[in-house]
Design a protein around this ligand. Structure first.
Ligand code: SF4
Length: 345
């Protein structure tokens, strides 16, 4: 699919580049939240690349920082959040340093987002058609062109009788249909990066797999990059090309989806898989969990953040903060177990 004419591009923004260069490069990103009980260091020294034209899955348990990272990438961090350091490079720009006006030019056009709950993402008192026209307010073309484009995109997300759906309100649609509308709206401006923040959490299992299949097809059609945030390993395996695992505000493992699912290197990733109900072969009344809780991110621990829950921890894990070590095939894991002389990244 062709990108809109240059006239619709955000001024001064140039994400185009060699196919083998990442679309977004996150460098040493740290984000803090000011709370009455102290500063929470929610993201710490994140280094991550979002490849062009691929789907990157971001996984980890609740509170690990994956949604904070997603919101930092679209400039929607909460008012009490502060980017404490690092950079988010996309084209010639550092998204971590953009002001409100620059973000208004970029958000929704170059970077779009599908939110977790489609009911609250849509305006409940505006018909679907009006919302789909409003979101195109900076796109070229007449009102009739934009209406035709809205109908086209509703068709692309497999909404039956798309023209008639322009006149309905969100509450008149099912949850699955509402999320399809949100996907259509996110793609209307043909973004370079689509962020999907747990987009299937509010749906039942059947609808979840339909939405995942739809996202996969649309990503192939549009060629955009997708950051797919999820705690559901099955959907990540189904959809993603690459995976980053987060724990306690850090990226602890990255690799291709095949590498992560077949040969997880980090003990936390291995523990996540051990707790995945889909992988438990025998019937049981008690599902396994990872013992312990996330560390207090007001005072991140010295050494490895996972050490109090790790079955392999030893003295060094309490003293040295592990870097990302390289494993065969380009996989990276933040664990001293990989510290062989030839593995230092
Ligand atoms: Fe476990 Fe130590 Fe590896 Fe951390 S560095 S995951 S505590 S073995």
């Amino acid at each position: 699919m062709q990108r809109p004419s240059d006239a619709s591009a955000a001024p001064g923004f140039a994400p185009d580049g060699p196919a083998d260069e990442p679309l977004v490069t996150i460098e040493a990103l740290s984000v803090d939240f000011a709370t009455p009980r102290g500063t929470i260091h929610a993201l710490r020294d994140i280094n991550l690349k979002v490849p062009r034209g691929r789907v990157l899955g971001l996984v980890g348990e609740s509170g690990c920082g994956k949604s904070t990272l997603a919101y930092a990438l679209i400039g929607l961090l909460a008012d009490n959040a502060r980017i404490a350091g690092g950079a988010i490079r996309m084209g010639r720009h550092d998204l971590a340093r953009l002001g409100p006006a620059a973000w208004r030019d970029l958000r929704g056009r170059r970077i779009a987002m599908i939110f977790q709950d489609p009911m609250t993402a849509l305006n409940p008192v505006a018909a679907i058609g009006r919302q789909m026209l409003d979101i195109q307010y900076r796109e070229p073309g007449s009102r009739a062109d934009k209406r035709a484009r809205a109908i086209d995109f509703l068709g692309r997300v497999q909404i039956p009788d798309p023209e008639a759906k322009l006149d309905v309100y969100p509450h008149q649609l099912s949850g699955g249909m509402r999320q399809r509308v949100c996907i259509a709206m996110a793609l209307l401006t043909r973004p370079d990066l689509l962020i999907a923040d747990e987009p299937t959490t509010a749906l039942d299992a059947t609808l979840e797999m339909q939405i995942v299949a739809l996202l996969r097809d649309l990503q192939r059609d549009f060629g955009c990059s997708v950051l797919f945030v999820s705690h559901h390993l099955g959907t990540v395996a189904e959809l993603c090309d690459d995976v980053a695992v987060m724990y306690a505000g850090e990226v602890v493992e990255t690799g291709s989806a095949r590498q992560i699912f077949h040969t997880p290197r980090h003990p936390y990733t291995q523990a996540l898989f051990d707790c995945d109900p889909a992988r438990i072969a025998e019937a049981t009344r008690q599902l396994p969990t990872i013992p312990g809780t996330l560390p207090d991110l007001r005072q991140p621990p010295a050494g490895c953040a996972f050490r109090l829950r790790c079955l392999h921890a030893w003295q060094r894990c309490a003293e040295d903060h592990p870097p990302l070590y390289a494993a065969p095939g380009g996989q990276l894991a933040r664990c001293h177990l990989l510290d062989t002389p030839e593995d230092a990244a």
